[in-house]
Design a binder for this molecule. Structure first.
Ligand SMILES: Nc1ncnc2c1ncn2[C@@H]1O[C@H](COP(=O)(O)OP(=O)(O)OP(=O)(O)O)[C@@H](O)[C@H]1O
Length: 685
């Protein structure tokens, strides 16, 4: 007796194992979604490797089907291609792939498919400093938008959290959750829009046996809700293995078994592979795939037609002898007397399968295993969505009609991500305090060092040193903050963007805008302190010009940090960003005046944002008809501000042009950072 839906598994002879029954969970408040069956045919995946001439073949023309209402395990030895197959099926990897993938019989449209599926990656990519409730609120706001009102959203959240056993932890910070709870939260976040297809990469990795069981039970319940649940798994225990409905096993990039988990052992025995008593069938198929019992991979691939066959309970499967032998297979296909039976495959198209008329008559589900010498039809790939126990309240028959790519408008996405980022800043005040402290401390230090020199004709050169140091300080403090923004957020960004939480544009805008108020406050505070203590001209318009040049320098430096962070990894970025700034500092006009720079190097000064900032603050200080400075010595060469400007080659310089140049560089860098981020996101796939 097999009561698979309750995970109470019995074999013909004796009670085998009883597992806590899984009650189909009724998540009544979730939006209704269609059941989805996936089929893939002759899927090949190749990658180009640096020095190799021929591309590396990773998946070798594999086929298969994944049905709604079933929990499917993709298994295989390490390096067999499980993750690759999963990445292709999710649509995460698209280049280098050949073959067809169909959804309910029609060719997969990636854009439509993305709306129907969720991919829960191996490492729980969660923001540690959000509570479970906050994380759920963000996911619901982004994924459901205005589809339902606040009350309904709260019900959705409550229902999901209750179902997943997280209700008691709503106030717990994500970082403090256990591994199993994090996994459940990852599932809960994706469940809010009720995707009919859910992919899991190694959902049990890092969990103890009890948490593994809970996790797979949960997936089973989700499958019983009518969803198509697919996960890769390394080597499940016998207890876990029996919870899967469907098994897809890969070895060396080919399919060695596809079908019911219950049929694995009987099927293998028809090929002469007897699973030892008390041996875990999951371990057995992996050992066979690794070649521990001889070279059986080829035979299995032929037997299962590289995934075109599907071994189902109560149905006969391919006769061993015939399938062991390629030649006999060819004969079956080619022999004239054979009637070629046509059957509909998953794609709805006709597939030609090696039937004989006699065999069809002999197709008795009770004759199991098949009698020797009988050619038995290979089970055509069929899709049936009606399964006992499937909770159809979750699903309806239609695909979403909305053409919208995301759950809510880009403007809303921007606001939600911005609010979330500001919440992170509020939660993690250490960095904010450090920045505040650094700006005030350095401000007073500089103020003390250059105290009261601003109006002293004998200390103009020191004052220019002060102006240059301002640039240096603002540049480094702003740049180093943003270099790490993207590299640290990348894993979560990849997951959330891939699962259609928000567009890259909205995310980028929110992230880049979120720090602007803080940087503005710190910069203005620093400038106010040093401006006052060093006795720069006490005119409001000059102070305004000074602050605006300093602010723009810090924004541009932030943008440089963003570009470097978006384009490189942390190690390279942390090294390269300061190093890259050296030429800009050299050509700032402080060390060498413009006329003294060799003509062939002058173009660098036009790119040096430090030059525009330095020039801007120098003009704010000494230009616009400033009165002669005080002189407390016999002779002050730079008493007249015009002399200083002349020495700096800034007599004809225009403050407005400096500001415009800084704004221009700021815009170019922000666009470049976005494009790099986009490129990096695609390159990761
Ligand atoms: N971008 C790539 N360049 C070169 N080889 C690759 C690339 N991606 C995957 N491979 C190779 O493809 C094979 C399958 O990789 P995949 O990660 O799918 O295996 P897996 O079955 O998931 O393994 P594991 O269980 O160890 O995670 C491996 O041999 C791997 O080295």
């Amino acid at each position: 007796m097999v009561e698979k839906n309750n995970i109470c598994l019995f074999d013909k002879n004796s009670v085998k194992v009883t597992i806590t029954p899984c009650q189909p969970k009724v998540l009544t408040h979730l939006p209704k979604r269609p059941p989805v069956d996936i089929a893939f045919t002759d899927l090949t995946y190749t990658v180009k490797e640096g020095s190799r001439k021929n591309p590396k073949l990773i998946l070798k023309s594999v086929s298969g089907r994944l049905k709604s209402g079933e929990l499917t395990a993709i298994m295989g030895p390490s390096g067999a291609g499980k993750s690759t197959l999963l990445n292709i099926l999710t649509g995460y990897k698209t280049s280098g792939m050949e073959g067809s993938i169909t959804i309910n019989g029609t060719e997969r449209d990636l854009s439509q498919f993305a709306k129907l599926s969720a991919y829960i990656m191996q490492d729980n990519q969660l923001h540690g400093n959000l509570s479970v409730e906050e994380a759920m609120n963000v996911a619901t706001a982004l994924k459901l938008g205005n589809q339902i009102d606040k009350k309904e959203k709260a019900k959705v959240i409550q229902e999901i959290l209750e179902t997943l056993g997280l209700q008691e932890h709503v106030k717990t910070m994500t970082a403090n959750l256990s591994g199993g709870q994090k996994k459940r939260l990852s599932i809960a976040l994706e469940l809010v829009n009720n995707p009919p297809i859910m992919f899991f990469d190694e959902p049990t990795s890092g969990l103890d046996s009890s948490s593994c069981f809970q996790c797979i039970s949960l997936l089973k319940c989700l499958a019983r809700g009518g969803r198509t649940i697919i996960c890769t798994i390394h080597q499940p225990s016998a207890r876990l293995f029996e919870m899967f409905d469907h098994l897809y096993t890969l070895a060396e990039g080919q399919c060695v078994y596809q079908g019911s988990t219950l049929q694995l052992v009987p099927f293998m025995s028809t090929l002469g592979l007897k699973c030892p008593s008390y041996h875990n069938p999951a371990s057995f198929i992996i050992e066979v795939s690794c070649g521990e019992y001889g070279d059986y991979v080829k035979k299995l691939v032929q037997a299962i037609q590289n995934g075109k066959s599907d071994i189902q309970a109560g149905k006969p499967f391919p006769q061993a002898e015939a399938l062991n032998n390629v030649e006999s297979n060819k004969k079956i296909n080619n022999a004239a007397p054979l009637a070629i039976a046509e059957s509909s495959d998953i794609n709805g198209s006709k597939s030609v399968l090696p039937y004989t008329t006699n065999d069809i008559a002999k197709d008795d589900p009770n004759s199991f295993p098949p009698a020797d010498g009988v050619v038995i039809p290979i089970e055509p790939l069929m899709m049936d969505c009606e399964k006992p126990g499937v909770n159809s309240t979750l699903i309806d028959g239609s695909f979403p009609k909305s053409q919208r790519r995301y759950g809510t408008s880009e403007w809303n996405q921007f606001w939600i991500v911005l609010k979330r980022t500001l919440l992170f800043s509020r939660r993690d005040w250490t960095l904010m305090y450090l920045r505040l402290f650094a700006h005030i401390l350095v401000g007073f230090l500089i103020g003390a060092l250059y105290y009261d020199i601003g109006n002293d004709g004998a200390k103009v050169l020191s004052n220019l040193g002060f102006l240059f140091f301002n640039m240096l300080f603002l540049m480094y403090t702003s740049m180093t903050i943003t270099i790490l923004s993207f590299p640290l957020e990348m894993p979560v960004l990849i997951k959330e963007n891939f699962n259609r939480w928000y567009s890259l544009r909205s995310y980028y805008m929110a992230i880049t805008v979120s720090d602007i108020p803080f940087q503005t406050i710190f910069c203005v505070m620093y400038v106010a302190i040093v401006y006052y203590l060093t006795s720069q001209p006490p005119e409001l318009f000059r102070f305004g010009m000074f602050v605006s040049a300093c602010l723009l320098i810090s924004f541009v430096a932030q943008s440089v940090g963003l570009v470097v962070g978006a384009a490189m990894n942390i190690q390279n970025g942390v090294f390269l960003a300061p190093v890259m700034s050296v030429p800009f500092l050299l050509f700032s006009g402080f060390f060498v005046s413009f006329d003294a720079i060799p003509i062939y190097l002058r173009w660098i000064t036009y790119l040096s944002y430090i030059r525009y900032g330095f020039e801007g603050t120098a003009l704010a200080t000494y230009s616009f008809g400033r009165e002669k400075l005080k002189c407390f010595q016999v002779y002050c060469h730079f008493k007249d501000p015009e002399t200083t400007l002349e020495e700096l080659d800034m007599l004809k310089s225009d403050f407005t042009l400096d500001i415009l140049a800084l704004i221009g560089i700021f815009i170019v860098l922000r666009v470049a950072a976005f494009l790099f981020l986009k490129w990096k996101l695609n390159a990761q796939r």
